[in-house]
Design a protein around this ligand. Structure first.
Ligand SMILES: O=P(O)(O)OC[C@H]1O[C@](O)(COP(=O)(O)O)[C@@H](O)[C@@H]1O
Ligand SMILES: [Mn+2]
Length: 670
C-alpha cells in the first residue's frame, strides 16, 4: 500500500484542486491545500479500518468479470420489438438458462421458463388454470437458482440493491440457503409453502423474473434514433427512464424533436411532416397533448387531397375524413418547412446549402424546377401559398399559425420531460470501455482526412466538430424562445447538412421525393465515411482522434440499415467497425431482410445478434416466440475482461488510489 505514495494516485478532482491552487498561490501552499482536502475526505470515514475495508471492497470489485453491455439502435418508435429485446436481453436470458440448467431441463421447459421471465404477468395469467402448488414450488426454486447464477458476477451488495423491496428479506434467505440437506431444508420449504398459501407466489415470481432481466444486462447503450416512423417513441423513452443503467447517443431523428422543444420552427415542422407521412400525428396530438388545430384549420383552407402526401400505413377501416386531414396537414407542414428552410439557407451561407433553394428554382407557370442545370417537371404540386416573386416569404396567417403551434410544442410538459431526458442522458458520441459509439459518422473527405466545417471563421473537423454540434444543441435547448440564432440553426444543419455527423449525405432530397418523378433526383450520396469505414486503418485513425488506441477498440454505428439481403456484412474493417442498424423500423424491413441487430459485450467478448421480425406480445407469450436468429462472435479476447479493464474500473482505481493516499496521510499524522 505504501508504494502508492502521495502524488501517484491523485484523482481528477484532487488534481484539479491542486492545479487551480498552484495557479493562484504558487507551489508553496500546495501541500497545505492537499492536506485540507485529505482532512475533508477523512470525515467520510470513522476509522482507518473503515478505509481499509473500502479499499479491499473496491479492489475485489476490480477483479470481478466485467458486466454485460447491451447495444441497440434505430428503434424508430417500435416499442413492442424494443421491449422484447430488453426483456430477453437479446437472447442473454436464454443463454443463462442453458448454462445454468444444462440437460436437467428439456428444450421445451427452457423455453417455458424464458417466456415466463420475459412476460411474467401475462404468462401467469395465461396458464392460471393449470398452475398447481408443485408448479409454484418448482418454479420459485428454478428462478432462485437462476438469480443466483446470474448474480455470480456481482457483489452481494449490488445484488441486494437489485432485489425488489417487497420480498427482499425472503429472497435473500432463499438465495443464501447453505444447508440444503440438513435442518434448514424444512425451513426453506416452509418459506415457499407459506408464500404459496398466502397467495403471494405470483408476486414473488414476477419480482424474481424482473430481477433476472436486470441481472443479465448491466448497462444499455441506445445508439440513436428512438423517434419517427413507428408508433410509440414516447413509450420507449418512458421505459428507458425506469431502466437501471443507460446512456444514449443522439440520432438525427431524436435531435429534431429536441430541436422542436428547443423552439426551432423548422425542426417542429419537420416532426409534423414526418408524423403525418407515417400516419402518426396522434403522437403529437394525443401523446404529447400538442394542439395542432390552428394548423389543420389553415391546411383545410389551402390544400386538397394529393396522392404524394397521403400517409403511409393507413389502417383498415380508417375514416377517409381523417386520412384527408392528415394529407392536408402533411402538405402544409412540407411547404412551410421548405419556405423556412430557404430563409435559413440564405441567412447561413457558411452552411453551403444553396442547393436546397428549390422553391426559388421553381418555375411556377411551367411547373418545372432547375436542378444542376437540368429542368425537371413537377407533379402533385401544392404551391397555392407560395408567392413566386418571394417564395420563401411566409404570409401573416402562416406566421401566426407557426407561432401558435410553436408555443404549444414548447409548453408540452410531456415532450419537455422526454427531451430533457434525452439532453441529460445523451451525447453526440460516447467513448466507453475503449469503444466509440456514434449514431451516424465522422464526416471524411475521399482521401480519408477529416472534412472541415467553417462556422464564424472557426474551422471544425473530427472530434472538435462533434463537440461544436453538441454545444450548439445544448445552447439552443437552453433558450427555447430564440428561434433563429446560430445554435438553433445548427440543429437544422445536423438534420440535413453535408458535414453533419448525424446525416452524412450530400443533400436531403425531401422536395424532390415529393414532386419529381425522376428517381435519379432522389439520390442522396453518402459521405466518403460510409465506404472508407470498411478500411481498418481509417477506423484506427478515427479511434485515435478520440484517444482510443487499444487493440480491442471498435466504432459502433447505427443510422444506415445494413442490407443483409444484398450480402452486406455488419462487421467491417477486420472487426474494428460494427454497424447495428438492421432496421427495427417496420417500413424498412423489406430493404434489410432483417428486423435489427443488437450487440452484447460481456467479459468473454462481443457478440452481434441478428433479430427476426417481432409479431406481437400475444404470440410471444402464447407460443414462446423469440426473435433472435443468429449470433456472431465479433471478438473473443484471450483473457476474460474484468471490471478493472473498463471505464468504471478506471474510476474505481482512482478512488482506490485516493483512499490509499488518505491512509498514508493519516498514518503520518499519527
Ligand atoms: O423514407 P422516409 O421516411 O421518407 O425518409 C427518408 C429520409 O430519411 C433519411 O434516410 C434520414 O433518416 P435515417 O436516419 O433513418 O436514415 C434521409 O436521408 C431521407 O431523406
Ligand atoms: Mn439515423
Amino acid at each position: 500500500m505504501s508504494k502508492t505514495l502521495i502524488g501517484i494516485g491523485l484523482n481528477y478532482r484532487y488534481f484539479m484542486l491542486l492545479f487551480q491552487y498552484i495557479i493562484k498561490k504558487g507551489i508553496g501552499d500546495v501541500r497545505l491545500k492537499k492536506n485540507k482536502y485529505l482532512d475533508l475526505l477523512s470525515k467520510q470515514f470513522s476509522s482507518p479500518e473503515e478505509i481499509i475495508t473500502e479499499i479491499i471492497n473496491l479492489k475485489s470489485i476490480q477483479n470481478l468479470p466485467k458486466g454485460t453491455e447491451h447495444f441497440v439502435s434505430d428503434l424508430h418508435g417500435e416499442y413492442d420489438a424494443f421491449q422484447h429485446i430488453l426483456r430477453s436481453g437479446s437472447g442473454n436470458v436464454k443463454e443463462k438458462i442453458k448454462d445454468c440448467f444444462g440437460r436437467t431441463l428439456s428444450k421445451g421447459q427452457k423455453n417455458e421458463l424464458a417466456t415466463l421471465i420475459y412476460y411474467p404477468e401475462r404468462r401467469l395469467a395465461l396458464i392460471k388454470e393449470e398452475i398447481t402448488d408443485d408448479w409454484y414450488s418448482n418454479t420459485i426454486q428454478q428462478l432462485i437458482t437462476l438469480v443466483k447464477f446470474s448474480a455470480t458476477k456481482y457483489t452481494r451488495s449490488k445484488l441486494r440493491k437489485t432485489l425488489p423491496k417487497r420480498f427482499a428479506y425472503l429472497i435473500e434467505e432463499l438465495l443464501y440457503q447453505t444447508d440444503q440437506q440438513g435442518d434448514k431444508k424444512a425451513y426453506y420449504h416452509e418459506i415457499v409453502s407459506e408464500i404459496i398459501a398466502l397467495k403471494q407466489a405470483d408476486r414473488l415470481i414476477i419480482d424474481l423474473c424482473y430481477t433476472i432481466q436486470q441481472l443479465v444486462v448491466d448497462h444499455l447503450h441506445v445508439v440513436g434514433d428512438i423517434y419517427d416512423r413507428g408508433p410509440a417513441p414516447d413509450k420507449i423513452i418512458e421505459r428507458l427512464m425506469t431502466y437501471h443503467s443507460v446512456d444514449i447517443q443522439w440520432g438525427n431523428h431524436d435531435i429534431i424533436w429536441m430541436g422542436a422543444a428547443a423552439g426551432s420552427p423548422l425542426c417542429m415542422l419537420n416532426t409534423i411532416r414526418i408524423s403525418a407521412r407515417y400516419n402518426n400525428l396522434n403522437i403529437i396530438e394525443d401523446t404529447y397533448g400538442i394542439n395542432l388545430r390552428p394548423l389543420l384549420t389553415y391546411a383545410e383552407k389551402y390544400y386538397e387531397d394529393n396522392p404524394a402526401f397521403r400517409p403511409k400505413n393507413i389502417s383498415e377501416g380508417e375514416a377517409e375524413e381523417e386520412v384527408l386531414e392528415t394529407t392536408k396537414i402533411h402538405q402544409a407542414a412540407a411547404i412551410l418547412q421548405f419556405k423556412m428552410e430557404e430563409q435559413l439557407v440564405r441567412r447561413r451561407p457558411e452552411f453551403k446549402m444553396t442547393h436546397r433553394l428549390l422553391l426559388s428554382a421553381t418555375d411556377y407557370e411551367a411547373l418545372t424546377v432547375a436542378i444542376d442545370g437540368v429542368s425537371y417537371p413537377l407533379t402533385d404540386t401544392c404551391f397555392k401559398t407560395v408567392d413566386p416573386s418571394q417564395p420563401e416569404r411566409l404570409t401573416g396567417e402562416e406566421e401566426d399559425v407557426i407561432q401558435r403551434i410553436m408555443q404549444n410544442f414548447i409548453h408540452s410538459e410531456k415532450l419537455k420531460r422526454h427531451t430533457d431526458y434525452l439532453i441529460n442522458n445523451g451525447t453526440m458520441y460516447l467513448v466507453y470501455n475503449d469503444n466509440l459509439l456514434i449514431h451516424g459518422c465522422l464526416p471524411l473527405n475521399s482521401d480519408g482526412s477529416f472534412k472541415t466545417l467553417t462556422i464564424q471563421s472557426q474551422t471544425y473537423a473530427g472530434k472538435t466538430l462533434l463537440d461544436k454540434f453538441e454545444n450548439a444543441l445544448r445552447t439552443a435547448y437552453e433558450q427555447p424562445h430564440v428561434a433563429d440564432d446560430l445554435a438553433t440553426d445548427l440543429i437544422w444543419y445536423l438534420w440535413s447538412g453535408e458535414c453533419s455527423s448525424l446525416f452524412g449525405k450530400t443533400k436531403m432530397t425531401t422536395f424532390e421525393r415529393y414532386f419529381i418523378k425522376d428517381k435519379s433526383t432522389h439520390q442522396e450520396y453518402k459521405n466518403a465515411y460510409y465506404h472508407l469505414r470498411e478500411d481498418e486503418q481509417i477506423c484506427r485513425k478515427i479511434l485515435k482522434e478520440f484517444g482510443l488506441s487499444s487493440e480491442q477498440s471498435h466504432i459502433i454505428n447505427g443510422h444506415t440499415p445494413v442490407k443483409e439481403i444484398k450480402g452486406e456484412n455488419p462487421i467491417k474493417a477486420n472487426g474494428r467497425m460494427l454497424v447495428i442498424d438492421g432496421g427495427f423500423s417496420k417500413p424498412y424491413q423489406k430493404t434489410t431482410g432483417l428486423a435489427g441487430y443488437t450487440l452484447l459485450y460481456n467479459s468473454y467478448g462481443m457478440q452481434l445478434v441478428a433479430h427476426k421480425a417481432f409479431s406481437s406480445v400475444e404470440q410471444a407469450v402464447r407460443d414462446h416466440q423469440d426473435i433472435v436468429s443468429v449470433k456472431r462472435i465479433v471478438d473473443r479476447p484471450l483473457e476474460r475482461k474484468k471490471v478493472k479493464d473498463t471505464t468504471i474500473g478506471r474510476g474505481l482505481q482512482k478512488e482506490i488510489d485516493e483512499l490509499e493516499t488518505l491512509l498514508t496521510y493519516l498514518q503520518q499524522q499519527g
